[in-house]
Write a protein that binds this ligand. Sequence first.
Ligand code: TAP
Length: 478
Amino acid sequence: MSPMFEYAPAPESRAVVDIAPSYGLFVDGEFREAAGGRTFKTVSPSTEEVLTEVAHAGAEDVDTAVAAARRAFASWSALPGAERAKYLFRIARIIQERSRELAVLETLDNGKPIRETRDADLPLVAAHFFYHAGWADKLAHAGYGPDPRPLGVAAQVIPWNFPLLMLAWKVAPALACGNTVVLKPAETTPLSALFFADVCRQAGLPKGVVNILTGDGSTGAALVAHEGVDKVAFTGSTAVGKQIARTVAGSSKKLTLELGGKGANIVFDDAPIDQAVEGIVNGIYFNQGQVCCAGSRLLVQESVQDELLDALRRRLSTLRVGDPLDKNTDVGAINSAEQLARITELADSGEAEGAERWSPACELPERGFWFAPTVFTGVTQAHRIAREEIFGPVLSVLSFRTPDEAVAKANNSQYGLSAGVWTEKGSRILAMAGRLRAGVVWANTFNKFDPTSPFGGYKESGFGREGGRHGLEAYLDV
Ligand code: TAP
């Protein structure tokens, strides 16, 4: 099976990267077919074109990959931190050098606009490796004692919304702390993880330190249940997260879960309206709203509601929806037919329950999975669109009169991942941040990420933190 993605020099289009007709699993430093010979196809969500065929890992492959990671752990964990750091720096630099290829590949496989993969995903991925390279030889100063130990083999299961970035969030801290990894990317977005395997080879990473098993939920389930695994890290739906928590319960495996969200973006009457509109758009239409920390609920102070909604509708009418490889595109395709069906069902429930639906006039391509940016007004807290994670470009607007009411409504959720506060008053920002039950509170901005800053949730949004010094704890025996 051909493992390579070839560089094809060309203008920014799909021709930048040559995708081979098939790819194997990456185990013990080499690409190989699945033991059972099974494969699956991955399609481009914006065209429904089959991109390539990928090996489907079964239980036997999980055994082989975990054994490879176990063998590699002995020498990888014994390397001085400064030596592990060199590999992480090398990986970060190769990602920067190959970021055009990776951005196009991610956009093809995921459907998100190239402007986002190029300007957000890829720089953040490289930054995450650079940041953790810096930690590898300073773990004794991370506040977890003089000689913190790695855990062993980490099983990592990631979703499709930020395929390579979620890989970076998982792999970089694990490796910096001296663990080895078996990672399962989502079924609909396996390609950037396989490209990353190639990056590991290029960086000369010792074999078995990173293993990539492509497959579906059954592959993920077999991996997290495997007795040779010491650590489980999962990002995805709350339903699967709960299942994994049950699997891991009673074992000695350390677990971190990063699950769903229903973020409140709270706009006070003294906020600069144009800036807030940009933040709302970025909060819910970035990555087609398929973001766990999306600002999917807009809470706006009653006195500025009409003005804000007028400005928001005007702004949404300028968004370009369509070909994600076009640099001018703002909103790309939904990742899969299944996700499109979920979004459609929930949006329809909003209308059925009496909320008012609005979308700008926009022509959606005929092929592929598309959903127009949508705003619901007249939403009450009882509506499903105010309570359930839609994971799509759908904004639910509620209003409030007082800060107390805003806090009560924002916290009235099973989730507690993110929130945004828009106001000119610094004291109000601090007061609100202290009262909001959300792992991340942005002030006069939204969806800003930084590897130095710990990210994670309260309540059913999961537990454990990723990023920053706190994120190291998930990969150390402290
Ligand atoms: P999940 O099913 O949770 O998928 C996440 C990852 O877990 C994928 O790699 C998936 O594999 C794997 N997986 C599925 N079942 C598993 C099991 N029983 N044991 C171990 N791993 C398993 O998410 P989804 O179906 O893609 O999306 C469903 C909903 O989840 C979305 O509508 C959204 O609300 C939410 N979601 C949240 C996030 C974040 S960042 N919080 C990200 C994605 C989705 P396959 O994909 O290959 O089946």
